[in-house]
Structures are given as C-alpha cells and as structure tokens.
Write a protein that binds this ligand. Structure first.
Ligand SMILES: Cc1cc2nc3c(=O)[nH]c(=O)nc-3n(C[C@H](O)[C@H](O)[C@H](O)COP(=O)(O)OP(=O)(O)OC[C@H]3O[C@@H](n4cnc5c(N)ncnc54)[C@H](O)[C@@H]3O)c2cc1C
Length: 395
C-alpha cells in the first residue's frame, strides 16, 4: 500500500495544478488518473490540428499558472490573447462591447487549448520533488478507515493518505462514493465545440450571441482567422444541427451569427457535451476535499469553469501550507473549513449569476426580451457599470 501525505484522484487541470502547488510546499503527493498518459500534442496550424476543448483563462488564472511554472511551458504562438468582448441579443437590438483599455488592462484573457495547459502542468508536476503521477490507475473502490480513505485501483494498487482530494471532474466518483449530497440539474442543452476558419479576422475579440436556442460563443485562437466555437443548443435543435454536414453546419452557423460577427468559411471536427449544473452541498468530509468540477460545474456561457477550479486549487494549497506552518495536519477540519468557506461563497455567487443570465436570455417572453435589450444598452452606455462587469470577468 502507498502512503503519501495527500492523494489526488484525477490528473486534469485541477489535479495537476494542485499537485504542483502542494509539492512545492514540501508535501508528498500522489496523483492517480484512469486515463492513458496524454502524449505531447502536435501544434500544427491546419483546422483539424487545434484541440476541440479550449478555455478562456483570466489574468488571475494566468498569474497562478505563471507561479507554478506552467504558463511559460505553453507555446506563446498557440495562445489567443483577447482584448475585446462583444455580446449581443439575437432577439433584439441590445448589445454591449468591452475593451481592456476601459479598465487600463493590457488584455482580458487568453484562449488556450486544454491539452496544452494539461501538458504544461504535467511537466511541472512530474519534475516537482515529492510528486508522483500515475496513469491508467482508475479508482474503483474507496472505504473510510481510521488512517484515512483507502482507495483501490483494479488489482493490486491501494493507496491510503490522511487527505484525499476529489479532482475527478463533474461526474466525480469520489463525491459519489463518499455519498456527499449534490444539487444538480440538466440544462437540457448540449454544447457543440469545434474549430472554425473565418472569412475575416477575429480582431482579438470574444463574440457571444444570446440566441433563442442558447448562447453561441466565438473564442479567438492564436491564428487571426480561426476561432473555437461553443454553441449551446436546446436538445431538439442540438440533435438536428449536430447531424448536419460540414457545409450545412457552416451555413447554419452563419445564419445564427447574422451580421453581428465575422462569418465562418469552414469547420473542423466537432464534438458535443451535455450541459449540467451541479454543486456539492459541502466540499469537505472527514479526510476528504473536493475541488473544481468535482465540487461544482456550471454552464460554459461565461467560460468560468476552469477559472473557478484554479481558484479552488490556489486557496486549498495556501490553506494547507498555512496549516502546516502552524503544526496542523492536512486533514485538520479547521484548515479544510477555511478552504470551504472562501470558495463556496465565490462559486455560489458565480453560479447564481450564470443561472440568471441563462434564464434571462433563454426567455422568449416579450417583456423579458425588451427588458434585457434595454438593460444591455444601459450597461453599454455606463462606464462604471461596464468597469464592474469587466472586474468580474478579469478575476
Ligand atoms: C463545452 C464546454 C466548454 C467549456 N469552456 C470553458 C471555458 O472556456 N473556460 C473555462 O474556464 N471552462 C470551460 N469549461 C469547463 C472546463 O472544461 C472544466 O471546468 C474543466 O475541464 C474541469 O477541470 P477538472 O480538472 O476539474 O476536471 P476534468 O478536466 O474533468 O478532469 C478530471 C480527471 O479525472 C479523471 N478521473 C475521473 N474519474 C476517475 C477515477 N474514478 N479514477 C481516476 N481518475 C479519474 C479523468 O480521467 C480526468 O483526467 C467548459 C466545459 C464544457 C463542457
């Protein structure tokens, strides 16, 4: 049996960043993941060579990745730095534009392919003393014992640590096996993601339309004529649009974008993800803590998922290090409660805001349509309100 100080289940962005942050604080950390070790990605520029999954990383997340040494390991020629955001209501005339210069910021964020973020974090974790990452090691049983949770992976491998971290994503088995109550519901929407070549430049701008069928986002990649799309659609429409040929898909996309955004020329391979919101009632239990999507997953309409997850990781690592300095153990309820208190408040506020957006923009009620169009116009004209919204997006 292996006995690290901390066992992390899940080597996604959250698990690997946490392992590195904790390894640097002198903890002995083991990370296990059921998947195969990801191969270093090719970074060619053809439409099919871009990862289907990208994230809009905020300056706060980038600063954290910089401190871990991961940001410099992501090739700069592959990250799409954006300085503008354009949001409009597909059902009216309401629109709003944000520009980094309005808050004296050099940029609003970077669009980065998930596999590049993951590969950079893997390099950091694997070279960090005290950290071991084990692939093809899926947890398939866990039981509580006096010395912590005992985790079993197939035949033979067993782990037991005073603290186990569930970083195993939205369908967390750790959360399920520990019977941690979770509020969850389906949006009855799926998101189509893919890379799209444009007829014109993306202008280093994120474009987001709130359509009757759901939000549609164009996220600017490092190539000035390519964007990643996240097109959330109600289930009935999703089925129809996902089944279209590439040519018909591009036409449907251009109809949805109207004249408010650059037009699409071609689309690469596409994939679909069902959209669910979930939030664990508690993030902590005896000798156990949940981070990132294992604790909460939200609608991708504001691209905040991994940013909230990286903030969880930063706060948990800081609290465990502060507890260690005071002589507290990694499973100290005082330490774990401090983490939960800070993160739950912020995550719940963001989830409530996303839910409000989703409901407000999903409504076809004529009064709601008028109100949101007036609202968007008002915010666009008020510099202080825009600065407030941008403050939220930058953190
Ligand atoms: C369509 C879509 C678009 C999105 N766009 C954005 C965006 O623009 N910006 C943003 O911030 N977020 C975005 N998100 C959310 C973001 O992708 C997630 O928040 C992020 O991937 C969560 O990271 P994680 O490390 O918590 O979990 P995951 O990335 O899900 O990693 C979990 C890991 O755990 C492993 N695992 C699972 N079960 C086990 C087990 N039993 N044993 C061992 N290992 C296990 C898995 O193999 C995996 O490697 C989007 C999500 C969707 C669906």
């Amino acid at each position: 049996m292996t006995h690290p100080d901390i066992l992390i289940v899940g080597a996604g962005v959250a698990g690997l960043s946490l392992a590195t942050a904790l390894g640097r604080e002198g903890f002995r950390v083991t990370v296990i993941d059921g998947a195969k070790r990801p191969l270093p990605p090719t970074a060619d520029r053809a439409i099919a060579d871009w990862d289907l999954r990208v994230s809009a990383l905020t300056p706060v997340s980038i600063a954290f990745l910089e401190r871990l040494g991961a940001w410099s390991a992501i090739p700069a020629r592959r990250t799409g730095c954006y300085t503008g955001m354009k949001v409009w209501d597909g059902h009216g005339s309401g629109r709003i534009g944000f520009d980094a210069s309005e808050v004296n910021a050099p940029y609003l964020g970077h669009i980065v392919e998930n596999r590049l973020t993951l590969q950079a974090l893997l390099q950091c974790a694997e070279t960090c003393p005290g950290v071991e990452v084990l692939w093809e090691c899926a947890m398939d049983d866990m039981t509580h014992t006096d010395s912590g949770w005992e985790i079993r992976c197939g035949e033979g491998s067993t782990f037991c640590a005073p603290l186990t971290v569930g970083a195993d994503g939205a369908r967390s088995r750790v959360r399920e096996w520990a019977a941690m109550p979770t509020r969850q519901w389906s949006y009855e929407q799926s998101a189509i993601v893919g890379t799209v070549a444009l007829a014109s430049r993306h202008q280093d701008t994120c474009w987001q339309a709130f359509l009757d069928s759901g939000p549609l986002a164009l996220l600017p990649l490092a190539d000035e004529d390519k964007v990643a799309i996240v097109w959330s659609l109600d289930e009935a429409q999703h089925e129809r649009i996902a089944a279209l040929s590439d040519e018909a898909f591009v036409s449907a996309l251009n109809r949805a974008l109207g004249h408010d955004a650059p037009q699409a020329l071609a689309v690469g391979p596409r994939a679909s993800f069902p959209l669910r919101q979930s939030h664990a009632v508690d993030y902590i239990d005896e000798g156990l803590v949940l981070v990132a999507d294992a604790a909460h997953s939200i609608h991708p309409l504001a691209g905040q998922g991994i940013n909230l997850g990286l903030s969880d990781v930063r706060v948990l690592a800081e609290e465990l290090a502060a507890g260690k300095a005071k002589g507290l153990g990694v499973d100290s309820p005082v330490v774990l409660k401090r983490y939960q208190r800070q993160r739950k408040t912020e995550n719940l506020a963001m989830m409530a805001a996303m839910e409000g957006f989703k409901r407000g923009f999903g409504s076809r009620n004529p009064l709601t349509v008028i109100a949101r169009n007036i609202g968007l116009g008002l915010v666009d004209q008020q510099a202080w309100m825009k600065r407030w919204f941008m403050g939220q997006a930058l953190s």
